[in-house]
Unconditional design. Structure first.
Length: 241
């Protein structure tokens, strides 16, 4: 009972910490908007009539890093099982999203970077058991498991990218997914894994304030692709990042 109260207190603390950090970082980036100059310009295919900043994804990433640094110390360094390949995959998606927002990327190079990031993940994690591809367990074929896992990751990344078309839509869906994840993890008493999702939940709710209609900040491809990567990677609680 005491332990459960302690974790509940920690969850609330981390939620509000992440929320506050995201608000402060977003306000800071808004002040630096002209220097950063990452904008979504209006055209005949878009409804907004003025330039909208694409810094939402950057703000979420910075907020997560600060919050994670904090929790790394208060949770006895028990939040992560660090893996260089996981970090590399994340960085590839992060940089490709940033380049796309800043300079624009065609479909082919964007897909190339996504596949590279997915391959790095798949060939360094036992995805046939991590993702529970039950129909493959009958003949235990690692080749088909890897192919399906790679396609799954790329599909989720692009699905989240395509959803990001209306103000607040992607963040609303992402918040719902995180709440569902948290309910599942709470049922299995996986408190340590819940901490990272609590941090992300606080950050996304804070960003929703700026992204809801009428949006003054967009997530950009960086934000949507990072969320897609994260959800694909965290779609099974056996992945301990």
């Amino acid at each position: 009972m005491i332990e459960q109260f302690f974790y509940s207190y920690k969850f609330l603390l981390l939620f509000f910490l992440s929320f506050l950090i995201t608000v402060l970082i977003t306000r800071l980036f808004i002040l630096l908007e002209k220097k950063i100059n990452i904008l979504d310009y209006p055209n005949h295919r878009k409804l907004h009539g003025k330039n909208i900043s694409l810094i939402g994804g950057i703000c979420i990433v910075f907020s997560m890093l600060i919050s994670i640094t904090f929790i790394y110390f208060i949770n006895n360094n028990a939040l992560f099982i660090y893996n260089d390949y996981i970090a590399l995959s994340f960085i590839i998606v992060l940089l490709s999203g940033f380049i796309d927002d800043k300079y624009g990327l065609n479909v082919i190079p964007k897909l190339f970077f996504q596949f590279v990031a997915a391959v790095i993940l798949v060939f360094n994690i036992d995805y046939i058991y991590t993702f529970n591809w039950n129909f493959l367990l009958f003949f235990d074929n690692i080749f088909f498991s890897n192919i399906i896992s790679i396609l799954f990751i790329v599909l989720v990344i692009n699905a989240m990218n395509f959803i990001d078309g209306l103000d607040g839509l992607l963040l609303g869906i992402s918040i719902s997914i995180i709440v569902l994840f948290l309910l599942i993890l709470w049922y299995y008493s996986l408190n340590t894994i819940m901490l990272l999702l609590i941090i992300l939940l606080g950050s996304l709710i804070a960003m929703w304030i700026y992204n809801k209609y009428p949006a003054i900040i967009f997530l950009g491809d960086l934000g949507s692709m990072i969320l897609g990567w994260f959800f694909a990677f965290k779609s099974n609680y056996k992945v301990y990042l």
